[in-house]
Write a protein that binds this ligand. Structure first.
Ligand SMILES: [Zn+2]
Length: 292
């Protein structure tokens, strides 16, 4: 059904737009029809004629049925159990299982969280986040716990994928293991992402906690981190809290209420009496951002 399409052809049926009844519908931003080109590869057609647009739901259902028929889940599940399957095959099989909406996909993907290859583990985490299936919460938490137990693991690697998946699922059972990350000095490293924007890992952790339990959960975690023996951590907690006051909210969240800003301020007042001069200094600078 899909043929090479030029600019003047419908990308689904390949009819010329100039033909009667084949008016172009690509002006609408949401005009898209899902099709698959190759096994496991979905794409969206945006230059679609009036007729294909009218029956796009029917067309997508038909495409999906064809996809499911061409890709029975049995061999895909078997491929994931095959120790000799390479990374690419494993990743493709995982994606397809999620696309197919197979109920057995979730336990199979959870097993891949323990795969020897880090890229396979990260892909499994990402896909589990997409499923939003609560069965993945415990395995993701356990993997995150083990992953950060290795002191050479950067939080920007595998842990950030695991954390994002847990935030996507949004189950409060993940709060404990993610909160604990803020007591670790690796949480306060910066990295350059998406070109030139510098991001702090702790902002990402705070955003994940925010999506699990709102700002109060974030402050509980910072409160705990403020009482760790590590001066470096306490110093950075004070800086983060100062930044929160400066922004009037968490980096990815809404503006905070007066009560919430008051909680942050009280933590900074506590930090301004810290035994370390460095921490006291950061806390005092942060308090200058409180303007209510
Ligand atoms: Zn068409």
């Amino acid at each position: 059904m899909l043929r090479k399409s030029g600019a003047d052809h419908c990308e689904v049926c390949n009819r010329r737009f100039k033909a009667a009844g084949a008016r172009v519908r690509h002006e609408l931003p949401r005009t898209s029809v899902a099709v698959y080109r190759r096994v496991g590869e979905w794409s969206y057609r945006r230059r679609v004629c009036e007729r294909c647009w009218q029956r796009h739901e029917e067309y997508e259902a038909e495409t999906r049925r064809r996809f499911v028929r061409d890709n029975p889940p049995g061999p895909l599940l078997a491929m994931l159990r095959d120790r000799d399957a390479d990374e690419e095959a494993r990743t493709a099989a995982m994606r397809m299982l999620v696309e197919l909406g197979v109920p057995d996909a979730v336990p199979a993907l959870c097993d891949q969280l323990e795969a020897p290859s880090e890229s396979v583990r990260c892909e499994a985490a990402k896909l589990l986040g997409e499923t939003k299936d609560a069965r993945a919460v415990e395995p993701l938490c356990q993997r995150l716990h083990r992953s950060v137990a290795d002191e050479y693991t950067s939080f920007f690697g595998e842990p950030s994928f695991l954390m994002a998946a847990l935030a996507d699922i949004g189950d409060p059972r993940a709060a404990e293991v993610i909160s604990a990350l803020l007591t670790d000095r690796r949480a306060y490293r910066w990295d350059t992402v998406a070109g030139d924007m510098d991001v702090s890992m702790s902002d990402g952790i705070a955003d994940a906690l925010d999506s699990l339990g709102g700002p109060d959960l974030v402050f509980d975690a910072y409160e705990r981190a403020l009482h760790t023996p590590d001066e470096f951590v306490r110093d950075h907690v004070a800086r983060d809290l100062g930044n929160i006051l400066w922004r009037g909210g968490l980096s990815g969240g809404d503006d905070m209420s007066g009560r919430q800003l008051g909680v942050v301020r009280r933590m900074l007042v506590t930090a301004s009496r810290d035994p370390s001069e460095r921490v006291r200094h950061s806390a005092e600078s942060g308090l200058k951002n409180f303007r209510r």
